[in-house]
Write a protein that binds this ligand. Structure first.
Ligand SMILES: Nc1ncnc2c1ncn2[C@@H]1O[C@H](COP(=O)(O)OP(=O)(O)OP(=O)(O)O)[C@@H](O)[C@H]1O
Ligand SMILES: C[C@@](O)(CCO)CC(=O)[O-]
Ligand SMILES: [Mg+2]
Length: 328
């Protein structure tokens, strides 16, 4: 049998990083999806092909726990970084189905750039768990897929992950996450514009950087709490459909993320290009360090402005994905 599931990427209206320390955040799913196709094998091995992986796209085949790991001619840390989320998603599916020895051929196709703040890891984990459990004849509730995908991110990111990306990808739409409390939100179809600088960064490392700053300086811990205050204000603006206030708060959130050390010159340049192009607000999205920004702009001027910005490799309008994980 073969099973394909897909799940969307996301942008953060507000609250990334601070959400790791229990502050609320509001991510929104966008219509860019990762598709994971899984076929059960008749042995216990795992064969992963992922065209989009930045190490030139590759296929690896490796055994279950006791084996030596992937047999490929690329440095091990690179392979581990590339396959960590898939490995853990498969481990979750094996656990959910009570089939520790199940082997799979896994194929990943994704419209979400890797390591760019658009939630590629969460989408791959969510779609992977959904496809692999269905392939083994187990139908998980969407919230359980989200919970297991969270455990994948938590494991791969050395215990530093929130439930935000994975819950958002599993449920679709706009969501609110505060610690273990995850809810879906009524949201207007916001005019998201994304600018992507073409680079890739490691979420785990960026989270560690914020943690270190927060441990060193009390005012950095205060900054994280201020992000939480801003998100609560943002929730009211979202409920009122007050796009102008949402934009102002996004600008404020970008400044706070910048203070926490996770912006980059490319991100700042794209943020300013979007604002100059008429966006009501713009901020980096996701872990940062490079990657993507999100802006709110009804009339498309910011897409043009971003396209003319040397630091921007791709600019596009991103529609809210109302559907989360689904079987294809
Ligand atoms: N198309 C894909 N094929 C295989 N693995 C993928 C794919 N997309 C993402 N991944 C996995 O996710 C990792 C990137 O996750 P990471 O959390 O660092 O960035 P992100 O999720 O894109 O951004 P953010 O967490 O800031 O939203 C890759 O190294 C890889 O392990
Ligand atoms: C930086 C972070 O807040 C979002 C990454 O998209 C990490 C997390 O929530 O796990
Ligand atoms: Mg991620």
């Amino acid at each position: 049998m073969t099973t394909t599931s897909s799940a969307p990427g996301k942008v953060y209206l507000f609250g990334e990083h601070a959400v790791v320390y229990g502050e609320p955040a509001v991510p929104c799913a966008i219509e860019r999806r990762a598709r994971v196709t899984v076929s059960e094998r008749d042995d216990d091995r795992l064969r992963v092909s992922a065209d989009a992986l930045s190490i030139d796209g590759f296929t690896v085949e490796y055994g279950n726990a006791s084996d030596d790991g992937p047999d490929v001619d690329v440095p091990t840390p690179l392979v581990e970084a590339a396959t960590g989320y898939v490995d853990e998603a498969v481990a979750q599916a094996r656990d959910a189905a009570g089939r520790p020895d199940a082997g799979f051929d896994v194929e990943i196709e994704s419209e979400i750039p890797l390591g760019a703040g658009l939630g590629s890891s969460a989408a791959v984990a969510v779609a992977g768990i959904d496809a692999a459990t269905r392939e083994l004849g187990v139908k998980l509730d969407t919230r359980e897929v989200a919970d297991r995908a969270y455990r994948v991110e938590h494991e791969v990111q050395d215990g530093q992950a929130s439930r935000a990306d994975t819950f958002c990808s599993a449920m679709g739409g706009a969501v609110r996450v505060e610690g273990d409390d995850c809810t879906t939100l009524e949201a207007p179809d916001l005019p998201f514009v994304v600018g992507y600088d073409g680079t890739s960064h490691d979420t785990g490392e960026l989270v560690s950087g914020v943690r270190a700053l927060r441990d060193e300086f009390e005012f950095a811990a205060d900054t994280v709490e201020t992000v939480g205050d801003l998100v609560r204000e943002g929730e009211r603006a979202l409920a009122d459909g007050d796009v102008e206030t949402l934009g102002r708060l996004m600008n404020f959130n970008h400044g706070l993320l910048s203070a926490l050390g996770v912006s980059a010159r490319t991100l700042d340049n794209m943020v300013w290009a979007a604002r100059d192009g008429g966006a009501v607000g713009a901020k980096l999205t996701g872990a940062g360090g490079g990657g993507s920004i999100v802006a709110l702009d009804d009339d498309g001027g910011s897409v043009t402005a971003l396209s003319l910005t040397p630091d921007c490799e791709e600019a596009f309008r991103a529609e809210l994905a109302t559907e989360g994980v689904r079987v294809e």
